[in-house]
Ligand binder design. Structure first.
Ligand SMILES: Nc1ncnc2c1ncn2[C@@H]1O[C@H](COP(=O)(O)OP(=O)(O)OP(=O)(O)O)[C@@H](O)[C@H]1O
Ligand SMILES: [Mg+2]
Length: 397
């Protein structure tokens, strides 16, 4: 049975949906539909993603279309069905936003049941394609690669804070990997003095046994594990794309979240990290050169078919005086911006002290608020539900 969530429905429709799903539906309270899926799913009791999201006629169409378009990119394993009077224009707008089916608000229980079944099967099919499961593939963790075309735009700031934030959600199950092989500074940003660094971790005993690998990681007091960058650029250069692929695959078997910081541009190691990623955070500064660079990088990755299922666009150094609006940026890059991080004086201080902002807890700082919003995209909306989803669907298939 698919996991179903219903939003924007009046009582009578909710009753028919309950009958059609044998009561196996979570009905969201009436109210505004958030454009950000993580906000929507935060309302679910166990934080688990649905297979099918049914949206009723009480939800304003523009909000439904925005939400569906974002889900289509962030969580393509969820099928959205719109329950509304269908006009040809509505069909067209719905399809463009990734909505899979339209159902009349007066549909009877049998039609609703059939639509939910179809939607559940479509969701299961897409999840299988997104992450093929084989006997040898125990790959379950979410690999989040942070990339940018240019240097100094905040990759290390974002990756260290994201990793600290995810550690709170998944204690002892988050690892941060510094793949800025020449000049990595994750160790410094976290105030760590590593005993072993990236080259030690990708070869020798650590590369042969995951139990041993764990003993080569550096532990942060928060419970986060880290693979810090090499001691010298020359040592870092010895790490190949294949080494990176193997390391990330091993870590993803052991950790729920693998966060990967990278060097600017598309090095061999960064491409290997993108190849393994379930998610990419494309980061850039909010200025004309930064935005142009991001557009080029997105174009190249699209041509190489290397954009992972979860794609998140983050602008850093947002500043009202800079003259660029989020809308300008979205038009220039041809896609939505997901999180906007403000320029903030608290960031350089935290970098210099080696204490990420999310570790020292000044909750009202606007940068902290936006960083938390970024964390919640991953903590509240897993792209896949490892284990339970597969077990349930394999058993029924
Ligand atoms: N939102 C912000 N407001 C103010 N300063 C920031 C912000 N984000 C990052 N910084 C500062 O900018 C500098 C560069 O940030 P960071 O090291 O995270 O960038 P990076 O993309 O990892 O750089 P590199 O490409 O060199 O690795 C740091 O000193 C950091 O403190
Ligand atoms: Mg960096």
């Amino acid at each position: 049975m698919s996991r179903v969530v219903l939003a924007g429905a009046e009582e009578d429709l909710a009753l028919r949906v309950k009958q059609a799903t044998d009561g196996d539906v979570h009905v969201l309270p009436p109210g505004r539909l958030p454009g950000d899926p993580s906000r929507l799913f935060e309302q679910l009791p166990d934080g688990e993603l649905p297979d099918v999201l049914l949206v009723g006629p009480l939800a304003p169409p523009d909000q439904v279309l925005t939400l569906a378009a974002r889900l289509d990119v962030q969580s393509p394993g969820i099928t959205v069905v719109l329950i509304a009077e269908a006009s040809p224009q509505m069909w067209q707008a719905a399809m463009r936003s990734g909505i899979r089916d339209l159902l009349s608000p007066s549909a009877d229980v049998l039609s609703i049941r059939e639509a939910v079944d179809r939607a559940g099967q479509a969701a299961a099919g897409r999840r299988r394609v997104l992450r093929p499961v084989s006997e040898t593939d125990r790959y379950t963790g979410r690999v989040i690669t942070i990339a940018s075309p240019k240097g100094g735009v905040g990759k290390t700031t974002v990756s260290t804070n994201l990793a600290i934030g995810l550690t709170a959600a998944a204690p002892q199950s988050t690892v941060l990997v510094d793949l800025d092989v020449q000049f990595g500074d994750v160790g410094s940003a976290l105030g760590l003095t590593p005993e072993y660094t990236l080259p030690d971790v990708v070869r020798g005993p650590a590369s042969e046994d995951t139990m041993v690998l764990k003993t080569f990681l550096t532990q942060h007091p928060s419970g986060l594990y880290a693979v810090c960058g090499a001691e010298s650029p020359a040592a870092g250069d010895t790490v190949t794309g294949d080494d990176v692929g193997r390391l990330l695959a091993s870590l993803a078997r052991e950790f729920r979240y693998v966060v990967v910081d990278t060097a600017p541009g598309l090095s061999e190691q960064t491409l290997a990290a993108l190849d393994r990623a379930s998610d990419v955070i494309m980061l850039t500064s909010m200025d004309v050169p930064g935005v142009r660079g991001l557009r080029k990088e997105l174009d190249v990755l699209r041509e190489l078919c290397m954009i992972p299922a979860g794609r998140h666009v983050v602008m850093n150094f947002a500043d009202a005086k800079g003259g660029l609006s989020v809308r300008d940026v979205e038009l220039a890059i041809g896609t939505g911006v997901d999180v906007v991080l403000p320029r903030s004086t608290s960031v350089p201080t935290s970098t210099n002290q080696g204490v990420p902002l999310l570790a020292n807890g000044r909750k009202r700082d606007p940068m902290v608020k936006e960083l938390r919003r970024l964390v919640s995209r991953f903590a509240a909306t897993p792209l896949m539900r490892p284990g339970r989803y597969r077990a349930k669907h394999r058993a029924s298939s």
